[in-house]
Design a protein around this ligand. Structure first.
Ligand code: FMN
Length: 207
């Protein structure tokens, strides 16, 4: 399928077939699409905590506000984005391992000073994670796996759950920003009718 048709076909699914199991090869390809997403300075400031264990997804229900599409999904990808602690560590690592070539004018020190503030770091990190989210969403659609992006969850509670249950040892370096649920859509529950502003000068202007 052409990319443009994949984009047009994708819908946010509100209910999945609860017994569907996602194929591991397909899941690997989806995660690979996320890995290949571009990011500022090539920092890749994300980690994709991928949960296929349905008993864990069930336990996370409350944190995800009991959303039906989360409860019935076959897989939940929690996208974690670097926080200030993680960012400082990564900057050292990237500069050492790759040299300065990712930094404008080969000057990492200057850019470290510019973005050293916590709020700026977490904003930048989170923005990059949404690009990875989009790449994964479209890769899934191409592989006939349905999805829904999920921002409706309690971030602090999710981080605490990950930490308390040892789901990811480096959680202190990250914050949960957004998630993606995947599965096979439940055909009884059609997505809402597609709504977009029309393709006129409301959306863009070409000069
Ligand atoms: C960043 C982001 C977060 C979203 N969070 C949720 C969510 O928590 N729960 C949900 O059911 N849908 C969520 N959605 C899906 C939107 O409701 C959906 O994209 C929108 O209604 C347009 O429908 P479509 O994706 O089928 O075209 C989210 C979408 C985006 C882009």
């Amino acid at each position: 399928m052409s990319l443009i048709n994949t984009i047009k076909k994708r819908r946010s699914i509100k209910a999945f077939q609860p017994n569907y199991n996602i194929n591991q090869n397909k899941l690997n390809k989806i995660l690979e699409a996320g890995r290949m997403a571009p990011s500022i300075y090539g920092l890749e400031p994300w980690f994709f905590l991928t949960i296929k264990d349905k008993s864990i997804i069930k336990k996370l229900s409350d944190i995800y506000m009991n959303q039906n599409n989360v409860r019935t999904s076959s897989c939940l990808i929690i996208i974690l984005s670097l926080n200030q602690k993680g960012f400082n560590y990564f900057m050292e690592y990237k500069t050492k391992s790759r040299g300065e070539e990712h930094f404008p004018n080969n000057d990492s020190e200057k850019y470290k000073k510019y973005i050293i503030n916590k709020d700026v770091i977490e904003k930048i990190s989170s923005e990059q994670s949404y690009i990875a989210l989009s790449f994964m969403m479209l890769a899934a659609e191409e592989l006939n796996i349905n999805t829904c992006p999920i921002a409706g969850f309690h971030k602090d509670k999710l981080k605490k759950y990950i930490k308390d249950n040892n789901l990811f040892k480096n959680i202190d370096y990250y914050e949960p920003t957004v998630s993606l649920v995947l599965g096979k859509k439940d055909n009884q529950n059609k997505p809402f009718k597609i709504r977009r502003r029309d393709n006129s000068n409301l959306i863009y202007k070409i000069i």
